[in-house]
Design a protein around this ligand. Structure first.
Ligand SMILES: [Zn+2]
Length: 166
């Protein structure tokens, strides 16, 4: 099946398959690393820490927050996929740190007319406080804390610098 909206991408995939060389990998994080970071298109999670395909579990959420599914990913990563270090990586100029939920909901209403007020988005201008919460959540979690070292970082999308804050 192929619908017109995805044709360009499937054509690109056909070219990708011709040079595909990643067969034989298992699902283990070879470098023992997991990173939770934002869905932002300016972020290259593996490249920024010198890793490559196969090395790490990359979990992406809006804002790089430890959402319930991200937490599940960390727990499974630690227990089944070789993860011993977890980086929580929000970033500068993140839309999720540009305002509170009400501000983001207002912005969507202005841009598309849609009302998202029935959703919890998790936006917050206090990015550092959210990072403290998320790192604490992992460090104190009974299924994560004793099995992995957890660090809190900030990635600068303008310079490429990754700075450890926690
Ligand atoms: Zn972001």
């Amino acid at each position: 099946m192929s619908t017109p909206d995805f044709t360009d991408l499937l054509e690109a995939n056909a070219r990708y398959r011709e040079r595909f060389g990643l067969t034989g990998f298992d699902g283990i994080a070879q470098a023992g690393v997991a990173m939770v970071t934002c869905m932002d298109s300016r972020i290259e999670p593996l490249e920024m820490i010198g890793l490559r395909t196969g090395d790490a579990k990359i979990i992406r959420t809006p804002g790089g927050r430890i959402t319930p599914d991200a937490l599940v990913g960390c727990v499974l990563g630690v227990h089944l996929l070789g993860v011993t270090r977890i980086l929580v990586v929000p970033h500068t100029r993140c839309a999720m740190a540009s305002g509170e939920d009400a501000d983001v909901i207002d912005r969507v209403r202005r841009e598309t007319g849609q009302d998202l007020s029935d959703m919890h988005l998790g936006a917050s201008t206090d990015q550092r406080a959210r990072l403290v919460e998320d790192v604490d959540l992992l460090r104190t979690h009974p299924h994560v804390g004793e099995r992995a070292t957890v660090g809190g970082f900030l990635y600068d999308v303008d310079s490429g610098e990754l700075q450890q804050l926690l």
